[in-house]
Design a protein around this ligand. Structure first.
Ligand code: CP
Length: 346
């Protein structure tokens, strides 16, 4: 019954999905349109093969959408959670494994690659060491040890499946030409320090489409300068721009899309307790109806899960300009579109 499709046995170097730019601006738009067609009733193309997902961190949307999308396109999906019925993994290269971890990630990945045609992994940032997080070591171990397409289910730096669903949402509401549209990515309050993969991805995905992006955040909550410079370069190439603001009201004026998200400051690595005290005094960055009224009728986006009445109010989240649940639904259709392409080749 099984056996990898011919396209999956071809060299896979260019076929990973790691930061969501792999197919370029037009390729991503093509996937977004395909996802919207699937949502409207188009039949998924049946491919065949086996997909393994490995979740080092919790998930609702990614877990459900990937499994359902895989089933829909004919991929058998096995889900593994290290440490929960699966051996705990050692992830440090060259480690002397005399601690609790029973299996090295290098061995686990090679074994899964022997069995499966596509491997997918979720591994968040540790938020203690910026060099470590930039290296994205767990994701990189999958790339290094498996001669198979690798799909990131959110890594320390990027969340490309979320970026694809975000792009499909923009296309759904704004039409196929996103170039020149105004998107504001605004920092939001939160009781915990959070990784930057989602805001990094919003910035990168919007820049790739040539949108005019304003990144708004309080002092000290800056994004990784390498991410910002890469996004700025992409935006300029595509006819867009990246600007910065520290005024949450001015930043949303004229925006067609507002993405609210909390994140930890790049310059706060190693100073999280200090950052927590500052964060506690920034409740007025919560997205309210009053602030949304300053936009050009913008849709409100958030990747979910969201802390209601901290990040955004109930009135905004349940109001007519909230796109958050639609985007979550599009996670399934966009993943279906991606898996079709990944198996057939690009
Ligand atoms: N947005 C998102 O990735 O949700 P989960 O963490 O629940 O998968």
């Amino acid at each position: 019954m099984y056996g990898p499709p011919a396209s999956l046995t071809a060299p896979t170097r260019a076929r990973h999905w790691l930061d969501g730019t792999e197919l370029g601006r037009d390729g991503i738009l093509g996937l977004a349109h395909r996802a919207l067609a699937l949502r409207s009733g188009a039949q998924p193309r049946k491919v065949r093969g086996r997909l393994a997902t490995v979740f080092f961190n919790p998930s609702l949307r990614t877990r459900a959408s990937v499994e359902l999308a895989a089933q829909a396109v004919g991929l058998h999906c096995v889900e593994l959670v290290p440490g929960q019925g699966v051996w705990g993994f050692e992830t440090r290269p060259g480690a002397v494994m005399d601690g609790t971890a029973a299996e090295h990630i290098a061995d686990a990945v090679r074994v899964l690659a022997e069995m499966c045609d596509i491997l997918a992994v979720r591994s968040f940032a540790g938020l203690t060491d910026p060099v470590e997080d930039r290296a994205d070591r767990v994701l990189q171990a999958f790339v290094d040890h498996a001669d198979r397409p690798i799909v990131s289910l959110e890594s320390a730096r990027w969340h490309p499946l979320q970026g694809l669903a975000d792009t499909a949402t923009w296309v759904s509401h704004l039409g196929g030409e996103l170039r020149g549209r105004r998107l504001t990515l605004t920092w939001a309050p939160h009781p915990k320090a959070l990784p930057t993969a989602v805001p990094n991805q919003v910035l990168l995905s919007a820049a790739l489409q040539g949108m005019h992006v304003t990144v708004a955040h309080p002092e000290g909550f800056d994004l990784d300068p390498l991410v910002v410079s890469r996004a700025t370069e992409l935006a300029v190439q595509s006819g867009g721009s990246v600007q910065h603001s520290s005024d949450p009201d001015a930043a949303v004026e004229g925006a067609s899309v507002v993405v609210a998200k909390s994140w930890s400051g790049w310059s706060g690595y190693g100073r999280r307790e200090e950052e927590a005290k500052v964060r506690a005094g920034l409740g007025d960055w919560c997205m309210t109806e009053e602030r949304m009224a300053k936009t050009s009728g913008a849709g409100l986006m958030h990747c979910l899960p969201i802390r209601r009445n901290v990040v955004a109010t109930d009135a905004v989240l349940d109001g007519p300009h909230s796109w958050v649940h639609e985007t979550a639904g599009l996670r399934m259709w966009t993943t279906m579109a991606l898996l079709e392409r990944l198996v057939e080749g690009w």
